[in-house]
Design a protein around this ligand. Structure first.
Ligand code: MF3
Ligand code: CO
Ligand code: CO
Length: 248
C-alpha cells in the first residue's frame, strides 16, 4: 500500500509542472494516465462505478468528481483540485491537492485564503490520528477550526473520507464534521483518507444532471479540497501519500 501511495504522491508532485493557463483537464488526465502506467500501477478511478477517466479534476466551483474533458480549459486565476488514486500490488493510494493556475499571485485573495485554510484544516485533522482517539475527533477538529476562522465557510457533508486498502472505498466513513469522543475507535493498522471539501459560501452541493458525476457548489462560489491517505501506527500515524519532494 505504501507503494501505491508513493505512485500517487509522485504523480501529484509532477502535475504541478504540467498545469498552466490554456491546458485542458483532458491533458491532465492523459498525463496522469501515462505516468500511472509507467510506474506499474492502474488508475483507480477509470471505470470505477462507471467513471470514464483516470483522474478527477475539479476547478473553481466544482467540489469534486470533475470529469476531465478537452473542452474544460483552465485559465489564469483558476484554482483546481487534482485527485489521484493509484492501484498497485492489490492496494489503493488516494490523495488530492489544489493548484493555482498561473501561480498563486494570479489568483484572488478569496481563492488563496480558501485553499490555504482547507489545507490547514486537513493537516490539523491528521494530527488527531492516533490509537485511542475516535473517528469523530477528526471531523470535530475540522469543524472547530473552520468555525474559529470566522470566514463563514461551509463544510461539505455529502462526500467524506473513507477507509481504503484492497478496496477504493471501505469502512470507516470519515465525516468532516463531528463530535469529539464519538464514532469508531482509531486502532493501529487502520488506513483511511481525510479529504475535507470547504466552500467559500453555502455547504450545499449540486450533482450534475448532465454527466451524473460532477459535484458543484449550489451557490456557484469556490470550493477547495486536500486529501491524504493515512496509516494508524502504534504511536500515532504515518501520512502514506506524503510528497516525496516535501511539497505536501
Ligand atoms: N478519489 C476520490 C476520493 O477521494 C474518489 C473518486 S471516485 C471517481 O474518494 F469515480 F470519481 F473517480
Ligand atoms: Co481522492
Ligand atoms: Co478519497
Amino acid at each position: 500500500m505504501r507503494e501505491a501511495c508513493r505512485v500517487t504522491a509522485t504523480i501529484l508532485d509532477e502535475v504541478e509542472a504540467v498545469i498552466r493557463p490554456g491546458i485542458s483537464t483532458e491533458e491532465i488526465n492523459t498525463f496522469v494516465h501515462r505516468r500511472t502506467a509507467e510506474m506499474g500501477a492502474i488508475p483507480s478511478p477509470l471505470n470505477y462505478k462507471g467513471f470514464p477517466k483516470s483522474v478527477c479534476v475539479s476547478p473553481n466551483d466544482v467540489i469534486c468528481h470533475g470529469i476531465p474533458a478537452p473542452f474544460v480549459i483552465l485559465k489564469e486565476g483558476d484554482i483546481v483540485n487534482v485527485d489521484v488514486t493509484s492501484f498497485k500490488n492489490g492496494f489503493h493510494g488516494d490523495s488530492s491537492r489544489m493548484f493555482f493556475v498561473g501561480g498563486e499571485d494570479a489568483c484572488s485573495q478569496e481563492a488563496r485564503d480558501l485553499v490555504h485554510t482547507t489545507r490547514e484544516a486537513l493537516m490539523l485533522a491528521i494530527r488527531e490520528v492516533r490509537p485511542g482517539k475516535r473517528i469523530g475527533d477528526i471531523g470535530a477538529a475540522i469543524q472547530e477550526f473552520i468555525k474559529g476562522t470566522k470566514r463563514g465557510y461551509g463544510i461539505v457533508r455529502e462526500y467524506t473520507g473513507h477507509g481504503l486498502g484492497r478496496e477504493f472505498h471501505e469502512a470507516p466513513q470519515v465525516v468532516h464534521v463531528g463530535k469529539r469522543g464519538t464514532g469508531d475507535l482509531i486502532r493501529p493498522g487502520m488506513t483511511f483518507t481525510i479529504e475535507p471539501m470547504i466552500n467559500v459560501g453555502s455547504p450545499k452541493t449540486a450533482l450534475s444532471k448532465v454527466d451524473g458525476w460532477t459535484v458543484r457548489t449550489a451557490d456557484g462560489q469556490l470550493s477547495a479540497q486536500w486529501e491524504h491517505t493515512v496509516l494508524v501506527t502504534e504511536s500515532g500515524h504515518e501520512v502514506m501519500t506524503a510528497s516525496p519532494k516535501g511539497l505536501f
